[in-house]
Design a protein around this ligand. Sequence first.
Ligand SMILES: *[C@@H]1O[C@H](CO)[C@@H](O)[C@H](O)[C@H]1NC(C)=O
Ligand SMILES: *[C@@H]1O[C@H](CO)[C@@H](O)[C@H](O)[C@H]1NC(C)=O
Length: 442
Amino acid sequence: MSDSQQTSSKARAKDQPISFLDEDWSWSDPSSWPLSIKFLPVAVAIVGIGITVYFPSMSNQTRLNTLFADNSCTGTFNYTFQIARAKAHAEELSTHDWEIGTAFEAILELISPEKSVFGSNPFPKGEIPIRYYKMDEALSYFHDTVPISEGKMLAENGYSVSDPASLGVGSIMLGQTSPKRLAAVERQKDYLLDGAPRYANGAISHRVEVAELWSDAVSMVPPFLAYYGVAKKNLTLMREAARQCELYREVLTIREGERKGLWKHIVGPSEMADGGAWSTGNAWAAYGMLRVRATIATWSTSRDEMQDEIAALDSYILEITEGAMRSDDDDSGLLRNYLGDSSWFGETAGTALLAAAAYRMGMTLDRSTAERDKILKWADSKRKAVVRHVDADGVAKPVVNSLKHGQREPLDGINPEGESFLLMMGAAWRECVCSGRCSPDP
Ligand SMILES: *[C@@H]1O[C@H](CO)[C@@H](O)[C@H](O)[C@H]1NC(C)=O
Ligand SMILES: *[C@@H]1O[C@H](CO)[C@@H](O)[C@H](O)[C@H]1NC(C)=O
């Protein structure tokens, strides 16, 4: 407030006595109270809530202060980077369907971790609970950002089969109170299973025009099919989610040499084919499989029936993690944009999501295994490298231009999905620390 404003409001206060100093009412008779007194508690409460919610989030951006903040480990967690700014970038800059679906997933994991499939009981009574979106940051973001689709996919996308499916989980959650959203989800599922082109082995194509497999698709389609399997109480859909991961791996995995276990980016007939092990692509694959694995393991029906699939997914995720660990040789501490190719720069987006995947994978492994310690330690070191590359505005750099993954120069600007990956990394580390399996930074 400026000096002149202060002076004039003081002057006004002197000229006009505040109404509760008037004589014609008394404290002992509430019916005589002026409106300003009657509603004073409401006004104080509104201002109080405003201050509680708004002020701390301005003063300390390495912690998150939400309506639900409390004194627990999760509520007071120090992420050691400007995570509130990163979250704002993810929300404001995500425009493509998969970016929005990823931002939604990231905010859910960060703000409402108990509702994500990594929560301990996301399907109480074996069902998707009703979610009141107005009370939930991730869901109100989704509600306000994603219109209800009228078409055969959850977003207009003439190029990609799988990207619109990344809007599936949010649509199913909102669909519990919106039949129209649920009908759009059913159409998306029908298109994936019956309409979309398939690769020779039965894998659902990433693209509309040609049957082509991109590692990215593993974060879009299988987590949606798995979640929809719970919604429909349909084990066939859940099995299809796991099978699609297997089919993608069959085609994309590199079987020999230094990069063994890592995944190629794109296999198919078009000029887009890319035999390189794109860092973000490997992260999409690992993290998508982790979400499917978590969905299987937290739905009582599939947990009992699909132990073999869980074991298979674990081995696929470990393959990628170990491949990334072997290729980790850049001085920056970041993984290269193409893993195992020393001509590429160290890059934050793929490193952040692979660190998140390593935390999640490490947490599922047995306490006694040396493998677990090794993976969690590696996740810590990759997280610290990423944090060193996040600036005071919450922007991670150097980062790939995800729309041109082969671009030799880092993106000049902010990568929306890269900002979402920071949130996923923060949420995964927080869970690891708060469950006593990782240490906070000294
Ligand atoms: C959060 O952690 C960072 C890094 O360890 C530290 O510099 C910062 O002071 C901590 N912030 C708070 C509010 O504790
Ligand atoms: C489960 O989903 C599959 C694939 O959409 C469908 O063919 C099958 O009829 C469904 N099963 C039940 C019991 O609804």
